[in-house]
Ligand binder design. Structure first.
Ligand code: BES
Ligand code: MN
Ligand code: ZN
Length: 498
């Protein structure tokens, strides 16, 4: 879809469709009121008749409204004016996008971007509109030999701002929104790809392509490199797989040479069978999403490079499958991690932390300002927070706050959980420096506590996205989270948000 920005009045738009909002209790938004005046009260009349009640997410398409230059007017229910906030704004955008795509129109002008949203400026509304409309139009049909719906959907969308002097800021916000959408889409595509295609070598290939497209530095460490370095924890997970493991590193340098980089580390298990501690069969296909941490940091890099943020950003992706095999790691095996600490692997299904710990130690060499890892790490996190919030852990409260705020702003929320020393006891092993599991209770926390043993040298946060990275059920698929959260955090670091 093509986006552009204009200012202008709704009745004068020569487009296939003008989109305006209507609150509950027959309260028109400003743009709807202008249309109503131009049409001699036509909109009010229809609303009075009860054709649209203004309930959030409801829509009504009108044709040839008198006194207007457009072919159609799409009314979007906004809910109560008093409670119209970020969530309701996004919901209205999604409803509008669905209706416009269903109608398969060549172009439309969206006046929803003029709606006041408490605490949010026009740039936020434009950014959000560009990313939400793109994301709602997302389809993954690469493997369908016949499309369910082959029509192209909406082709061009004009976002409207109230005043001409807002245009330059809105233009930048549009580019930011589109970059976020491109990053989120990339993350969703990688997540949705089947595990026979999206294996570690494929991820490495994608990283190389991104590097050449955006002029990034790219290093790929092979099994032999990991052996030479002593990444025996990562290698322990890769032992059972026929697919060679990769450690993918990409550097984006948009800041000054002396600026320390922010490092994002993403769990890249391209399929998690559990290994010898084999998972039960039901829904095991969903373990193709166990690389959504990797997809999230690759997508975030894509967004940051797309909007050319003036920061230095490095991503590190440990990528491997977790398979059972005669050569696979056994429960009870002890390995020495890159950090020198020894680990007794009591459960081969707790593999995410085993690949992350070596990647986190490796990240130290980039002298990071901050390190954030992202992982579909524990089922326990899904039990705790469901599919609404990602689990957030941090060894620095200021960093935690910034990430929570970024999640609010991006409608990609996280919730902080404790990393207290009390939990560390659960990881004791009689034979090694630690075990890789902490027993029955507090599984998301003990997993984070395990990682905390490898991140003492820098400011660090961990996002457990096991519940938020994909949806099950009818609209099954990768969500692209937490690309919006991370990108907003990085935009703030770069001074690009008000
Ligand atoms: N990839 C899984 C976590 C997961 C489970 C994500 C379900 C999404 C949905 C992870 O590797 C895993 O298997 N974790 C175990 C840890 C346990 C063995 C301590 C889990 O959560 O059961
Ligand atoms: Mn596992
Ligand atoms: Zn896993």
């Amino acid at each position: 879809m093509e986006f552009s920005i204009k200012s202008g009045s709704p009745e004068k738009q020569r487009t296939a469709c003008v989109v305006v909002g209507v609150y509950e209790n027959r309260k028109l938004s400003l743009a709807a009121e202008l249309l109503d005046n131009a049409s001699g009260g036509y909109l009010q009349e229809i609303i009075k008749r009860g054709d649209l009640d203004g309930k959030p997410g409801s829509t009504l398409m009108l044709h040839r409204v008198p006194g207007t230059a457009c072919e159609r007017v799409l009314l979007i229910g906004l809910g109560k004016e008093k409670t119209f906030r970020e969530k309701e704004f996004n919901r209205a955008l999604r409803a509008a996008t669905k209706a416009l795509n269903d109608a398969n129109l060549a172009d439309a002008s969206l006046f929803l971007t003029e709606l006041p949203v408490k605490k949010r400026d026009s740039a936020w509304r434009i950014r959000q509109a560009a990313s939400v409309v793109s994301e709602t139009s997302y389809r993954f049909d690469r493997f369908k030999s016949k499309l369910d719906d082959a029509r192209p959907g909406l082709r061009r969308l004009v976002l409207i701002v109230d005043r001409r002097n807002e245009l330059p800021a809105a233009e930048e916000a549009l580019q930011q929104g589109l970059a976020i959408a491109a990053g989120t889409t990339l993350a969703r595509d990688l997540g949705n790809l089947p595990p026979n295609i999206c294996h570690p070598t494929y991820l490495a290939e994608q990283a190389r392509q991104l590097a050449s497209e955006f002029k990034l530095d790219c290093e790929i460490l092979e099994r032999a490199d990991m052996e030479a370095l002593g990444m025996h924890s990562l290698l322990a997970v890769a032992r059972g797989s026929q697919q060679p493991p990769k450690l993918i590193v990409l550097h984006y340098r948009g800041g000054a040479a002396q600026d320390k980089p922010i490092v994002l580390v993403g769990k890249g298990i391209t399929f998690d069978t559990g290994g010898i501690s084999l998972k039960p069969g039901a829904e095991m296909d969903e373990m193709k999403y166990d690389m959504c941490g990797a997809a999230g940091v690759i997508g975030t890099l894509r967004a940051v490079a797309g909007m050319q943020l003036p920061i230095n950003l490095t991503i590190v992706v440990p990528a491997t499958e977790n398979m059972p095999d005669g050569n696979a790691t056994r429960p009870g095996d002890i390995v020495t991690s890159l950090s020198g600490q020894t680990i007794e692997i009591l459960n081969t299904d707790a593999e995410g932390r085993l690949i992350l710990c070596d990647a986190l130690t490796y990240s130290q060499r980039f002298e990071p300002d901050t390190v954030i890892d992202v992982a579909t790490l524990t089922g326990a996190c899904v039990v705790a927070l469901g599919q609404v919030a990602s689990g957030l852990f941090a060894n620095d409260d200021h960093l935690a706050r910034e990430l929570l705020d970024a999640g609010e702003e991006a409608d990609d929320r996280a919730w902080q959980m404790p990393l207290w020393e009390d939990y560390q006891d659960l990881l004791k092993s009689p034979f090694a420096d630690m075990a890789n599991i902490g027993g029955r209770w507090g599984g998301a926390i003990t997993a984070a506590c395990f990682l905390a043993r490898f991140t003492k040298e820098y400011r660090w946060a961990h996002l457990d996205i096991a519940g938020t990275a994909w949806k099950s059920g009818a609209d099954k698929g990768a969500t692209g989270r937490p690309v919006p959260l991370l990108t907003h955090y990085l935009m703030r670091c770069a001074g690009k948000l008000n």
